[in-house]
Design a protein around this ligand. Sequence first.
Ligand code: UDP
Length: 564
Amino acid sequence: MINLSSNARQILKARYLRNTDVTETPTDLFERVARHIASVENENKDLWFDRFYKVMRNLEFLPNSPTLMNAGLPNGQLSACFVLPVEDNLNAIFTTLKNAALIHHNGGGTGYNFSKIRPKDDFISSSEGSSAGPVSFMKIYDTATEYVKQAGKRRGANMGILNINHSDIEEFISSKSDFKSLQNFNISVGITNDFMYALENDIDWQLVNPRTNKVSKTLSAKKLWDSIIEQALKTGDPGLIFLDTINQNNPLNKLGEIQSTNPCGEVPLFNYESCNLGSINLKKMVVQNSTNIEIDWKKLERTITTAIRILDNVISCNYFVLSQIQEITLANRKIGLGVMGWAELLIMLEIPYASNKAVELAETVMKFIHEKSYNASQLLAKKRGCFPSWKQSSFAPHMLLRNATCNSIAPTGSISIIADTSYAIEPLYALAYKRTGILENTTQMEINATFVDKMKSLGLWSEQLRSEIIEKGSIQHVKNIPTHLKNLFKTSLEISWKYHLLHQRAFQRYTDNAVSKTINLPNTTTFEEVSEIYKTAWKYKLKGITIYRNGSRNNQILQLCGYN
Ligand code: UDP
């Protein structure tokens, strides 16, 4: 029997285990996935099957949900992330909508940059009418997403980007302010360095009609920035995507510019490109010595090497719904190995998230993962050949690689529940919370198990503490808890945004794709603070930034006890 939490069993049963021609158990599921991924090995298939199966069943590494759901099934699409082009004509707009529907139906999420679309009320020569504009087309995409449930298991997710100099950028910025529109979209403003310089120097900024290339409006950069901040404070949207930072770090910049990311921002991709992700459960990468718990670097290295091989194999045994997707994905062979359970690892090592020691360790761990991922990809290149577009990449001629990118920090929204650990690199959201929506129509109270274990081991656990945690969601106000434990168990909203950003920067430094992170903020956060967060994100050379102010939407997945 695999050691799974009750949440993991529920989510697997509701969404992952096959229940038509066969009735799968979790063991069957991991066997199905491992067998399919090992099928592309030329030699020693059984040995590879065994290795792949073990890292998954031990919850040391999990591939992204579509791989767990679809591996081994006919036409099983295994990737989570796609970017599709949006050109300025009806045929192209609706072709992309159809393609997005096919991708969503098979479990993937799609990102698009709508900046090529002419603005609202612009001229259309063929009909002598006026155009709908990018935001209207996004609403059509949104409605379609609503009705194409992903294989009945999850709704499609979308990223919609509009560049900061598009004529309709003001409408775009407030397009989610009614809390009803574009519910299936994350929206981000495509920011350029030029805009940030205009903002720093408090000068005017020009909006341009992409059809005519003529200036449609001039306004102060600060005014535009303030409208972004106001909306982000109110609703959490829009986030920002830093286009120049993305392209300065694009190893395939000879092939063109990247204009979009996937829905949660962790993978910048060319049009039609896809990427498959997987995450190492850091909580499992420890060893108990006689006196303390340490990171097991050998085990971590072994797990990275296996994980990179799994992700590279996934590309080879993947099913692609479009020939364009197949072509560019096979040419660049991008994969994204990331982490989950970072906060729980820190707790096990007794290092508070909000400390310089934690930020330093974040760099050390991600640097290690990055180096070992590249080593593994290099070894694969020697055996299987470099990714076909390698000669045009910045790695040529000296550094052989099998994959144009190796690392992404995905949100791990579902797989961290299966692995029973904290999301990606996020701090614990709360010590007690009601989780709604993730598991079929349930609302349940949960207390973080790592916290309970720690308290029990110190003889501090009691019924009274349990009630206080449920009431407050935190231990900061509980008497008789030593300060070092209060620091260790600070939750997301009790940690200054400065540390949230420092962690994101530390991981981004050694992540060739991007880092998905939400800067969770208390309800009392001010306009000035959000403005500083967004500016700091750019200065830190992050590829994107997303914030969420607690309580600003009424459909939060996790509700904090004591905060509402
Ligand atoms: N994704 C999606 N729909 C969802 C959740 C995720 O299409 O409901 C896609 C999206 O591209 C996201 C990626 O999957 O960026 C990875 O998300 P996450 O790590 O949360 O996925 P998991 O593997 O945990 O399901």
